[in-house]
Design a protein around this ligand. Structure first.
Ligand code: MN
Length: 242
């Protein structure tokens, strides 16, 4: 199973969360929220080849961490994966939207300069602005929209632009989310948890979260969970071979 957006470093016990994911045989994209967290978070994945670590600068803290952009530029050559990055247009973060856009533009241009990255992107209440930013930076890589919650027409535009999508249990449990997921091409979907934020017990990793997402997708696609799991694995293989 695949968890393509998980915050291993934000669990109360990161090491045991990483061990649990590894023991469950999960493919994990371990995202970070600041460049300073990258090196230490990457150590959690040491010796665990199914866990890959992404370099991030989360939009909710872009204004507090923009001074880490030079560090971002130094580290970006060390990984194929970037995230969590993006924009958040919610009222709580609107005051710093200019900083968010500056940071996201910088990140995308840095990714383009580095030859393109696989990027896990946050776009809550800002899908149009995110897609506009992606268009400004050709060569940035492959965008994976994490927990996409935009409108059907924003989703259409994202699909047409070549975006991939990581979908989790909360998205698949809501009727709006299911409606969106049913529109996404099946060969551009991966599963995610966004743990520990979505889990009850934040001490240990919860592979059951991904399992539920796979089962929900299976019911939406009207195929078996096993077949769904195989297709998701094919998708991951395709993504990594791109
Ligand atoms: Mn997240």
């Amino acid at each position: 199973m695949i968890d393509f957006h998980c915050h291993l470093d934000l669990f109360s016990e990161p090491q045991s969360a990483a061990e649990a994911a590894h023991e469950a045989g999960l493919y994990v994209l371990s995202v970070t929220t600041t460049p300073k967290a990258f090196v230490k978070t990457a150590l959690l994945a040491k010796g665990k080849k199914r866990i890959q670590t992404a370099l991030g600068l989360h939009p909710e803290i872009a204004h507090l961490r923009k001074s880490e952009l030079p560090l971002f530029d130094r580290l970006v050559v060390e990984t194929r994966y970037v995230g969590e990055v993006g924009l958040d247009g919610s009222r709580d973060f609107a005051a710093h939207f200019e900083d968010q856009e500056m940071v996201f533009d910088h990140v995308l241009s840095s990714c383009a300069k580095a030859g393109g990255k696989i990027i896990s992107i946050h776009s809550r209440n800002a899908a149009t602005k995110v897609l506009d930013a992606l268009e400004r930076h050709p060569g940035f890589g492959i965008p994976i929209m994490h927990w996409f919650s935009g409108t059907p027409s924003q989703l259409r535009r994202a699909i047409d632009m070549g975006c991939w999508f990581s979908v989790g249990r909360p998205m698949l449990k809501s009727s709006k989310g299911r409606q969106l997921v049913s529109t996404i091409p099946r060969n551009r979907i991966l599963t995610e948890t966004d743990a520990p934020f979505t889990t009850k017990d934040e001490k240990s990793y919860q592979p059951a979260e991904v399992k539920t997402a796979v089962e929900e997708l299976a019911s939406l696609w009207e195929i078996s969970p096993t077949e769904t799991g195989n297709r998701l694995k094919d998708n991951l293989r395709t993504l990594l071979a791109a």
